[in-house]
Design a protein around this ligand. Structure first.
Ligand code: ZN
Ligand code: ZN
Length: 255
């Protein structure tokens, strides 16, 4: 944000909103208008959800006959857990700092930022949350297709199990984030407190502070993600979080 808009008043130059901020707010509002008025964006989300869930089921079904034994299964899940937390944190970091609202993907980017404006989700059954929230994970479709190719190529089953678990846990991370914001059930709080899912206390830093704690499966990789974020980005509090300030949410647009 370099330039500053100025108006002349009583002979004095008075600062108004920075021009870039004003433009970004208009672009954000226009992108959200497109998101809600063009049915293609809602349809696209449904197709992404359907593709991701179908590929997750297909890969698990294809891989299950290849037994690797309990110790290797435990190893695959453990490695996948850490990598999922990190990869999804990286994607979250990229999206939170993305302000290309006037691009074709602009409506999806603007809608992604709504998780800061309205952190609370609409209450829903967990399988529905799993399906709906998986619709924002466009990258996961490409990832799961790539894993399908590796499976056809006959890669090592331990590697394949790890990759497939990453593909599934990436959707579980959405559940973890949902529970963190929208559940006060004892089980979800317990799972958050013991570090299997995201704890409310840990994730609160992402919303209260700036450019921090992007991970949302359990937050284990946040120390590394925070170092990367500090090197790559200025943060969202003084950038993208300001872009939605002029956007008015109607009741039917709530998450
Ligand atoms: Zn965020
Ligand atoms: Zn959150």
């Amino acid at each position: 944000m370099g330039r500053t808009g100025r108006t002349r008043d009583n002979g004095y130059l008075q600062k108004t909103l920075p021009l870039d901020l004003s433009q970004k707010q208009q672009q954000f509002n226009a992108a959200m208008e497109r998101f809600h008025s063009m049915r293609i964006y809602g349809f696209f989300g449904q197709i992404v959800s359907l593709s991701n869930v179908s590929l997750q089921i297909y890969l698990l079904y294809r891989l299950w006959p290849h037994s690797i034994g309990i110790p290797w299964q435990a190893f695959s899940i453990l490695v996948a857990y850490v990598l999922t937390d990190f990869i999804n944190g990286l994607v979250h970091m990229f999206m939170d700092n993305n302000d290309r609202y006037d691009s074709v993907t602009g409506p999806l980017i603007a809608n992604f930022h709504m998780h800061h404006k309205i952190p609370q989700y609409k209450r829903n059954k967990l399988p529905i949350v799993y399906f709906n929230e998986t619709g924002s994970k466009v990258w996961l479709v490409g990832y799961l297709l790539a894993v399908s190719l590796l499976l056809e190529a006959g890669f090592d089953p331990v590697v394949l199990y790890t990759l497939v678990y990453i593909g599934i846990l990436s959707s579980v991370a959405e559940i973890s984030h949902y529970l963190c914001h929208s559940s006060s059930a004892k089980t979800s709080i317990f799972l958050g407190n013991i570090g299997i899912l995201l704890s409310k206390r840990h994730h609160a830093k992402h919303h209260l502070e700036d450019n921090t704690c992007y991970a949302f499966l359990n937050g284990f990789t946040d120390p590394l993600l925070n170092l990367i974020a500090a090197r790559l980005y200025k943060g969202y509090k003084k950038t993208t979080d300001l872009h939605y300030l002029q956007y008015v949410v109607t009741a039917d647009q709530e998450r």
